[in-house]
Design a binder for this molecule. Sequence first.
Ligand code: ADP
Ligand code: MG
Length: 322
Amino acid sequence: MAEFNIIQQYFNFEQKASESIVKAIGDDCAILEIPKSKQLVTSVDTLVAGVHFYADVSPRDLAYKALAVNVSDLLAMGANPLAYTLAITLPENDKAWLEAFSQSLKDTSEKFSINLIGGDTTQGPLSISIQVFGLVTKHKAVLRSGAQVYDDVWITGTLGSARTALDVNHRQDLNEFESSLWNKLVRPEIPYHFAKKKFSKFASAAIDISDGLYADLSHILNQSQLGAEVMIEALPLDEALIEVAGIEQARQFALNGGDDYQLCFTAHKDYRNKIHRHADKTNTRVTRIGKITAEKNSLKVLLNKDDYEINQASWQHFLTTK
Ligand code: ADP
Ligand code: MG
C-alpha cells in the first residue's frame, strides 16, 4: 500500500501549534522543547486486534480508546498531555475505515489537547501502538510510591461497567442499560479535567485502573510499602451495572474487572473538602472508598467491617477476549 499517501491523507491533520513542539510529522524525527521547570513524562501502550479489542470494532471507537487509555497514564502521573506518536499496522488500505479512524483520532486529540507528532505505518494484522508524552512540573509527578499511612483512598467515576459489557458483547438486542455499559467499554470516559489541574496538589499516589481496583491498588501498596482497607459498600457502581449484573456480581467486577480507566488515588484527610470542590468544578464523580494502613502489602476488602470474599481472578489479557 502507498504508505506515504496514507500518512499524508489520514495522519497529517491540522492541529493547534504548541510552543513545546518544534517539529512534528514530516522529518525523520519529531522535536520537543522541554521548559526548564518541567520534566518529560512518557508511556506507550499497544492494542492488538483480537486480543485487546474485537477486530470488527468501529474505527471511531478504536481511535478514541487507543488515545484515551494512553492519556489516562499521563493523568495518573499528574502530567499534562503534550504529544503522541502512532505506530499503526493495517491489513489493507480501507478508505472508509481510515477516514473514520482519522477523524475520530483528530477529534480525540483536540478533546485532550494533545498533538500527533509522528509515527510509523506498516501493513499486517491490525495493531495500534501509541506513545504519549506529557509535561509535569519538576519533581511534582504523582508516583505509585507516594501513599502515606492514614491517607484516604479515592476513586473517580464508577467501576466494573467495562467488564460487565464484555459479557453482553455482540448481542444485537442490547437494552438501554446494556448499551450504556457497552459504551463505557468502547469509549471509557477518563477523568481528564479533574486530573489535568491541581491533581498533584492533593494526590499523594495514583494509578489508572486498567486491570481492576484490587490489582491496581495493590501496585500502589507494593510501591508505597503500605496496606489499605477498602469498604466494598462504598465502591461507586453504575445503576446500569447493578441492573444488569446484580449488586453482588457488580461488586466483584468493580474489584476485579479491567478496562475502567478511572483513577485510584490517595490523599491526606485534610484535603477532603478541597477534593470535593475540585470534583464539583470539573463535573467529576469522586468517592472515598477506604484508607491506607501501616500493614505492608495487605489489602483488606471489608463489607460492614467484616472480611469480604473475593471470587474473581483479576483481569488478564489473552483470557477474556475471543
Ligand atoms: P522513516 O522511513 O524515516 O521512518 P516514514 O515514512 O516512516 O519515515 O514516516 C515519514 C514521516 O511520517 C515521519 O515524520 C513519521 O513520524 C510520520 N509518520 C509515519 N506514519 C505515521 C502515522 N501513522 N501517524 C503519524 N505520523 C506518521
Ligand atoms: Mg518509519
